[in-house]
Design a protein around this ligand. Structure first.
Ligand code: BES
Ligand code: MN
Ligand code: ZN
Length: 500
């Protein structure tokens, strides 16, 4: 979908030619004597329209309004969350129809600040996304264009630009998440990274089995052994900051299919393990948005990608492997493979002397049990980093929730045959997985996002959500803003950046 930002006052909205005019109506909206106000007023008084979030009234060829269809949608007190609810409801009503060009009118909102703008544009983009990569007849998408109408385009521009960049990132993450494993192999993910490197300031470096062996990534290689598909280790760079500025490193789990390996998973819903690379997809999505928005900071993206398959060559329960860090790992369950590929990527991250490392992974079923599909699990050894990620999630409506990392949780990872085992008991499974990762993240501020419950939806709406691209982008842009303040400071000598 193409977006356009336009200044349209309440009166001007009525003369704007389009197929569908979606008007967000807040609870406290003060009516004027323009056509739109009169319509809202009479619809409210008759009881046919309520301004509660998501309440919808549709009108067709209304006198005094040029748009073919008018949709009034309530947004209650106008919070970003309500805006999202409202736009999602409106999109549901117009998506299947004939509308090609819509106007999304935020002009009645008292506060159309960045969070509201972002919520509106992202909800619009989310609804407009449609998967077609492996369908023989792509469904014709009628709705092509959304004009976002505000009372001052100049004021709204920064928030709008960010939101449009974010929509592109989310769409890319969804697209790779959704593609079946035979259409999203490690080699193909590396191709997606190479494609991103066409954007300004982005570079991609792709390592294959030989290079990975040379680095000593014995844990990552152990997982890849059972598959005919060769592994890839993807290194993305976004150089928006000053040379030598410590980067933020994003690490995405890129298991393109997780059968469980020799500790094989039950057959039911195993198809959903094509989504086991959604962490990787979120890193690709974040880079897509960075390429679009060009913020002033350095970011590295690391994606260890392979399949987890059972095979004559596959790792067996009880096998001991040596990770890149030198720590030996007893693989008691081959289905706990995510941590085995991530641990070597975390060790690799050390070379960048990062200001922070955030890994993103569909890591544990236990996290789905703990937090469901509402909030991603957040684990961090660093309070400031945890706080930054939590608030980025709140701002972007891409929520997470902090989980504990008490040392006692690591007890179950003890092994008689190696430095550490890759699984503990059933209890607190998402925490013991994080404790395993923490052993490899001692040299930098680190956070881990377990997105097992939030990265995709099951059932009739089966599909990738694009989460947590919004959270990541909000966090990265906040880091860039901090850097810029320091870089702009009038000083003779270059000021060394101080960061949370
Ligand atoms: N990719 C799965 C986690 C997963 C499972 C995500 C179900 C979403 C839904 C991961 O590789 C895995 O299999 N984890 C195991 C760990 C266990 C063996 C300790 C799990 O959660 O069952
Ligand atoms: Mn697994
Ligand atoms: Zn997995």
């Amino acid at each position: 979908m193409d977006f356009e930002l336009k200044t349209l006052t309440r009166a001007r909205v009525c003369t704007e030619k389009c197929d569908a005019l979606v008007v967000l109506v807040p609870q406290d909206f003060a009516e004027g004597d323009d056509t739109l106000s009169v319509l809202i007023e009479s619809a409210t008084q008759s009881g046919d329209f309520e301004r509660k979030p998501g309440k919808l009234l549709q009108a067709y060829r209304t006198t005094g309004i040029v748009a073919t269809r008018v949709l009034l949608v309530g947004v209650g007190e106008g919070s970003a969350k309500n805006v999202r609810t409202a736009v999602t409801a409106a999109m549901g009503a117009i998506k299947g129809g004939n509308a090609q060009r819509m106007v999304l009118c935020l002009s009645l909102l008292k506060d159309a600040a960045a969070p509201q703008m972002q919520a509106a544009v992202v909800a619009c983009g989310d609804a407009a996304y449609s998967y077609s990569a492996t369908k023989s007849k792509a469904l014709p998408v009628k709705l092509q264009r959304a004009v976002v109408a505000v009372s001052s385009a100049a004021e709204a521009k920064p928030g709008y630009d960010k939101a449009v960049g974010l929509v592109k990132g989310i769409a890319l993450a969804k697209e790779w998440g959704n593609r079946p494993a035979n259409h999203a192999t490690p080699v193909m993910l590396a191709g997606a990274a190479r494609e991103l490197a066409k954007l300004p300031r982005i570079k991609a470096e792709i390592l294959g089995p030989k290079e990975v062996a040379k680095l000593g990534m014995g844990s990552f290689m152990a997982v890849a052994r059972g598959s005919e598909e060769p592994l890839r280790f993807i290194v993305l760079r976004y150089d928006g900051g000053l040379k030598g500025d410590a980067p933020v490193v994003l690490v995405g789990k890129g298991i393109t299919f997780d059968t469980g390996g020799i500790s094989i998973k039950p057959a039911s819903e195993m198809d959903e393990m094509k989504f086991d690379m959604c962490g990787a997809a979120s890193v690709l999505g974040a880079f897509r948005a960075l390429g679009e928005l060009q913020p002033k900071l350095n970011v590295i993206g690391l994606i260890p990608s392979c399949e987890n398959m059972p095979d004559g060559k596959a790792i067996k329960p009880g096998d001991v492997v040596t990770s890149m860090s030198g720590q030996t790992i007893e693989i008691l369950n081959t289905d706990a493979e995510g941590r085995l590929v991530l641990c070597d990527a975390l060790t690799y991250a050390e070379r960048f002397k990062p200001r922070a490392v955030v890994d993103i992974a569909t890591l544990t079923g236990a996290c789905v049990v703990a937090l469901g599909a509402v909030r991603s699990g957040l684990f961090s050894s660093d309070d400031a980093l945890a706080q930054s990620l939590l608030s980025a999630g709140e701002r972007s409506l891409d929520l997470c929730w902090r989980m504990p990392l008490d040392e006692d949780y690591a007890d179950g990872l003890k092994s008689n045959f190696a430095d550490v085992a890759n699984v503990a008991g059933r209890a607190a499974g998402s925490v013991t997985a994080a404790k395993f990762l923490q052993r490899f993240a001692g040299k930098f501020p680190w956070a881990h996002l377990d997105i097992a419950g939030t990265a995709w939806k099951s059932g009739a709406a089966k599909g990738s959500t694009g989460r947590p691209v919004a959270l990541l982008l909000d966090y990265l842009l906040e880091q860039a803003a901090k850097t810029t303040v320091v870089a702009k400071a009038p000083a003779k000598k270059r000021v060394k950046a101080v960061r949370a």
